[in-house]
Design a protein around this ligand. Structure first.
Ligand code: SF4
Length: 348
């Protein structure tokens, strides 16, 4: 599969072909990706045909659009049968792709559809990068539409990548690291436009802090004391809050970039004033921004989203304490855009 080969080794895919052909292949894969090899106009037809089944390391099982065409979600299927979920979100001035880093996830967070399915396998660096290339090919084909305020200046490719799809990226460190390198150094996506989200894999946070790229770090906290957090996020038993906070502080110190805290709001679970107060203390110590995301409910979990009034009160409490907090816009609710939810549907 073409994307599974490191970009530097593409000559292996073209035995006997001249060097310029390798450079052309590199361009088609990383600079101007297309949905099929049929559009590779500078390639002989025999070669296009031979490579056609090697282009994508997955097939599209489900493609759904929502929000007037500005949100697209894919469920991809790999040749060995695992599924990958990817969500594309268009805004007037940026295009964000939410990628998966693992097929399934071993972290078993109670409120997450992916977590309830368990872990299949790590995704290869090429499988992560191919999600970005596929989205770029989709946009280039003119299939993304309807962004309010769309104009000539609007990006015609993915500008931002968030590792918030299926899987815990820092539990797949080596391959995620390589995918970051390819996105940044080969595809030209600014490191500052890439965010890695973790549920608190402390050694991974520290390793990432020592890497050369200025990627953003989002800590999925969801609870501000160990008792509650261990119930929602089993990994907390291994890496308790104090260790996660210390690693996040180290990240801030090394990168000079403030981290963000992700908080999925769950009715009657973590939306109390007590939790808001404790969260404010952590956020202030870290200088972190808080993103509040109302739960996208999944049939596999009994948790429900917070009431709007409760969410607003929670947010106000944070702000009164001096914490900057944003209620994250939830995209694609009608297409099950929370991670793991398309897979729930595919398995029914
Ligand atoms: S919330 Fe993230 S880390 Fe937790 S189970 Fe779901 S995918 Fe895994």
């Amino acid at each position: 599969m073409l994307y599974l080969n490191p970009p530097e080794d593409l000559a292996d895919e073209l035995p006997g072909e001249p060097g310029f052909r390798v450079a052309q292949l590199h361009e088609w894969l990383y600079d101007h990706p297309t949905e099929s090899t049929g559009q590779w106009s500078n390639f002989p037809k025999t070669l296009r045909d031979r490579l056609s089944t090697r282009l994508w390391p997955f097939t599209v099982e489900i493609e759904q659009t929502a929000d007037r065409g500005t949100t697209v979600k894919w469920l991809f299927r790999t040749p060995d049968g695992v599924s990958i979920e990817t969500v594309l979100m268009g805004y007037p001035n940026r295009v964000t792709l939410c990628v998966s880093s693992q097929a399934g996830c071993a972290m078993a967070c109670t409120f997450c559809a992916t977590g309830q399915f368990g872990f299949d396998r790590h995704l290869e660096a090429g499988e992560i990068v191919a999600q970005v290339a596929f989205a770029n090919a989709f946009i280039r084909a003119g299939r993304m539409s309807g962004v309010p305020g769309r104009n000539e200046a609007q990006p015609s490719r993915v500008t931002n990548v968030v590792f918030m799809g299926m899987g815990e990226p820092l539990a797949n460190y080596r391959r995620v690291r390589e995918s970051l390198r390819r996105m940044n150094e080969v595809m030209g996506i600014g490191a500052r436009s890439i965010t890695v989200s973790t549920v608190g894999v402390v050694p991974g946070i520290r390793l990432l802090a020592d890497e050369p790229w200025q990627v953003g770090l989002a800590i999925s906290l969801h609870a501000a004391d160990d008792a509650l957090r261990s119930k929602l996020v089993p990994l907390n038993e291994r890496y308790p809050l104090a260790e996660v906070e210390a690693a996040a502080a180290y990240y801030f110190e090394k990168k000079g970039r403030r981290v963000s805290i992700e908080w999925t709001m769950m009715n009657g679970v973590n939306d109390s004033q007590d939790q808001a107060g404790k969260l404010a203390e952590i956020a202030l110590r870290l200088g972190a921004h808080v993103n509040l995301i109302n739960l996208n409910p999944t049939p596999l979990s009994s948790e429900r989203p917070s009431h709007n009034r409760t969410l607003q009160r929670f947010k106000s409490t944070l702000e009164h304490r001096g914490v900057t907090a944003t209620k994250r816009e939830t995209r694609g609710q009608e297409i099950d855009a929370a991670c793991g939810q398309l897979r729930v549907r595919a398995s029914n």
